[in-house]
Ligand binder design. Structure first.
Ligand code: NAP
Length: 510
């Protein structure tokens, strides 16, 4: 099998044969690519819709963008970085890290940039995925979707928003050409993105109005620069950085006890958040408006030292009345107050429970993944779906985490997919497909683990739950349990069709 990677116009008219097509080059796509490269697999492409690697860390360049997990943990275990300048890195450092990974592990030569996947169809006769992109067509034995869950922004359905005459930008699609200096800016949303945008822009704008639908629990951010001596130590004693990473990991896993097992253990975290608010906001009315009425942890716990002071600043206003309508030069709240506005920042999140990539992937019987998931995302071990042979999902259903590093989960998933690929090679399988029984069992496991957790019973609405109130996004347990569950391919839950065997998949059991 050959893979022609030159992106010449002539090549674009031909269908390129590849062993594995990976969609996306964020942490997940890069992690998969590095793993393949490390074991000598070179017959793969990484289809990237943008012009560079990085995924969500390439796209989220809004002022103040930073990670709320310490970099010693929020990085690949196989590529520690002794040079992180701060304990919690900002977006440019994380993006530089990912670019460095692509270079160091020679992944770029597999990347096809500006290749937006418009459809991926399983051809049961050919036993191949036919992947159509804006940079040409690919026929792949295996498709790995690493398109990400925080990839496609959600634009709210607010009356009149289209009629706004000023600038509207989503936090994930920041317009750096637009100068906010001296403007009256409205920020819609109070999630992880908003609480970073607001303090970053508040000092330069004329006024900032924060439209809050639901207040967030916010705890202090224990961020600090990493001293050069410490960086040297990390460089020469890598075991030390590994030990710090392990400690951070364990500390964060303790939160799962409170979130998923016994709510009592969340009490100290709630106290910390209340004390933080009390210390930073003196005005009792504003304090009340910023106090959530749901259990801490139900939504993502946010970390910030400068959000509350920014909202309490003289040029800031917190609006808790809903938005009635947007007019060409103003926003009208449901209490009737109209506020003149120059720019609207939509910090309104992403399509997480309705992943847009799912609309583009078509399985054996012609149904899209989105169609199969219309009543909620289902999978076996968060990685495979019945009816979608040779398809593997990274950062798909029930793999999200609110308390720790997503990179840990991604590495668990990559190991699982890699074991599946090795199994296919070892057994000479043309097709590997999970069973509906395995999928049902996994759904039941997730439902059982989710019962009584703060995400389901914490009294809030969040993107962790789908429209039916089911947890289809989060892994509702300790992350080491996910790692154990996905350490090896659960071969008994798959049907495999050897190369050369008849196409009727259902007749060939494992
Ligand atoms: P988000 O958590 O989904 O927050 C969206 C915000 O917009 C919420 O406050 C939501 O209110 C509000 N909203 C949505 N639609 C609205 C509407 N029609 N009218 C008024 N308000 C509306 O999105 P995000 O802040 O972009 O964060 C998404 C995820 O990205 C995070 O959970 C996190 O996993 C990740 N992230 C991480 C970092 C970090 O590491 N520091 C930074 C940014 C993002 P409700 O709460 O009422 O729904």
């Amino acid at each position: 099998m050959t893979s022609t990677l030159e992106s010449t116009p002539e090549a674009d008219r031909t269908v390129r044969e590849v062993g594995i097509a990976i969609i996306g080059s964020g942490f997940a796509g890069l992690g998969m690519a590095v793993t393949l490269t490390q074991r000598g697999e070179s017959d793969f492409v990484v289809l990237e819709r943008a012009g560079d690697v990085g995924g969500t860390w390439r796209d989220n360049t809004y002022p103040g963008a930073a990670c709320d997990v310490q970099s010693n943990l929020y990085s690949f275990s196989f590529a520690p970085n002794p040079d992180w300048p701060r304990s919690y890195s900002e977006q440019p450092e994380i993006q530089a890290y990912l670019r460095g990974i692509a270079d160091r592990f020679d992944v770029r030569r597999h990347c096809v940039f500006d290749a937006d996947v418009t459809s991926a169809r399983w051809d049961d006769d050919a036993r191949r995925w036919l992947v159509t992109t804006t940079a040409g067509e690919f026929r792949a034995r295996v498709l790995v979707s690493a398109a990400g869950a925080l990839a496609d922004p959600t634009y709210p359905d607010i009356r009149g928003l289209d009629s706004f005459a000023g600038t509207v930008m989503h936090s994930a699609r920041w317009d750096h050409e637009h100068d906010l200096g001296g403007e009256r800016v409205a920020v819609i949303g109070t999630g992880a993105s908003a609480i970073q945008v607001v303090p970053a822009i508040q000092p330069v704008v004329d006024s900032v109005t924060v439209y809050q639908r639901t207040p967030a629990w916010v705890v202090p951010r224990t961020d600090h620069p990493v001293k050069p001596a410490m960086r040297r130590l990390y460089r020469f004693v890598p075991g030390l950085q590994r030990a710090v990473r392990a400690m951070l990991y364990l500390f964060r896993e303790f939160l799962v006890i409170g979130m998923a097992k016994n709510r009592r253990f969340l009490k100290p975290v709630g106290k910390l958040a209340r004390a933080h608010l009390h210390r930073q906001v003196r005005d009792p009315k504003l304090r009340k408006a910023l106090t959530p009425d749901y259990t801490i942890g139900c939504k993502r716990i946010l970390i910030s030292n400068d959000y509350f002071p920014a909202v309490a600043a003289p040029n800031a206003e917190l609006v808790t009345a809903g938005i009635a309508e947007v007019r060409p030069h103003s926003i009208v709240a449901t209490d009737g107050v109209e506020r003149p506005t120059d720019t609207i920042v939509l910090a309104t999140g992403f399509h997480v429970t309705d992943l847009p990539i799912a609309e583009k992937i078509c399985g054996r019987d012609g149904r899209t993944l989105a169609g199969v998931w219309s009543e909620g995302m289902v999978s076996n071990r968060s990685a495979t779906v019945a009816g979608f042979p040779n398809l593997f999902l990274l950062v798909g259903p029930n793999v999200g985490v609110g308390h720790t590093s997503m990179v840990y989960m991604i590495e668990s998933q990559v190991a699982y997919v890699d074991d599946a690929l090795r199994t296919m090679d070892a057994e000479g399988l043309a097709v590997l497909e999970t069973t509906t029984e395995a999928q049902d069992a996994y759904r039941a496991l997730i439902a059982e683990k989710s019962k009584g957790t703060v995400w389901l019973a914490g009294g809030c609405a969040s993107w962790y739950l789908d429209k039916h109130g089911h947890n289809t996004t989060l892994w509702p347990d300790f992350t080491f349990r996910f790692r154990k569950l996905t350490k090896k391919l659960d071969r008994e839950n798959y049907v495999g069709v050897p190369a050369g065997a008849p196409s009727e998949h259902s007749e060939v059991a494992a």
